[in-house]
Design a protein around this ligand. Sequence first.
Ligand SMILES: NC(=O)c1ccc[n+]([C@@H]2O[C@H](COP(=O)([O-])OP(=O)(O)OC[C@H]3O[C@@H](n4cnc5c(N)ncnc54)[C@H](O)[C@@H]3O)[C@@H](O)[C@H]2O)c1
Length: 307
Amino acid sequence: MKCVVTGGAGFIGSHLVERLLLEGHEVLIIDNLSHGKKANLAKAAKFIRMDVRDRGLVGKLRKYRPQAIFHLAAQISVRESVDNPVADADANILGLINLLESAVEVGCPRVYFASSGGAAYGEQEQFPAAEEHPIRPVSPYGISKAAGEMYLDYYRSRGIFAASMRLANVYGPRQDPHGEAGVVAIFARQMLKGQQTMINGHGKQTRDFVYVDDVVQAFLLAMIKSLTGPYNVGTGVETEVNTLHTLMMQAAGATLPPNYGPTKEGEQLRSCLSAGKLTTDAEWEPSVRLEEGLTETVEWFRQQKKL
Ligand SMILES: NC(=O)c1ccc[n+]([C@@H]2O[C@H](COP(=O)([O-])OP(=O)(O)OC[C@H]3O[C@@H](n4cnc5c(N)ncnc54)[C@H](O)[C@@H]3O)[C@@H](O)[C@H]2O)c1
């Protein structure tokens, strides 16, 4: 298949690109490199440095003639979305609409969208949350993902058959440790540098940590099985941030206990997703246990020349 991966220079996108190439697909990466890295670009993929909001996108797609589009390009920080909701909506909502208009124009009906389970469900009522759980985002980022899913529904009437992959907390090699998002990468860097780590709040907040390779597999299956509609991509296992910290100290051989800081606005207390629908429809199961994935991740960070 001829695939487009927006955000293919980023963390999850670059892993997805590699896997698609490995499976024999052709890939065009669209990324503005606002957060992604040139070093993440797979050599065998084509690359266009472009913003997904750029009206020139349709021309590039017309030339390439994709059969499937994976839309991962986004502003990814919950905190930045709280500080600057306009910029968040601009990138995440207008970017998606421009992409969908372009997909309609060039006749590419398959779109796979990186949504966020945790951010879209907000404070959960059921654990783990299934896809029927009410959508009640508590941050502009969550609202932009939820709005994105509604746009995808609307574009069904325009011939787009899209799946929204509601990702849990994804972690793994290449995640940016410098931003505010991606607690595993942030802890890994700080621990390996012998620095003090900081947990926001009491650390009893929970997250569902899913390894990047399992997420890539979910995207791949979405394309192979032509999935449409929302799909959770999580492990169903709730892990306290305090527990994560302890596991990471073991993996990194760190000894400093964490500091505790104030709770951050826009972040929910508990988050955990049921991927039962994805298991039923596409036989997806998470294959990497947290301890295993953390060890892989820490080892990857250890091997980086510059942390
Ligand atoms: N990492 C997670 O835990 C997680 C969880 C839920 C959902 N997601 C979603 O998955 C997707 C990928 O996340 P990631 O963690 O790999 O983030 P990332 O920042 O590493 O990757 C995003 C990529 O998109 C590019 N980008 C950003 N805005 C762009 C724009 N306007 N035009 C073109 N390119 C642009 C960036 O340069 C970057 O390479 C995002 O949509 C994110 O919201 C991630």
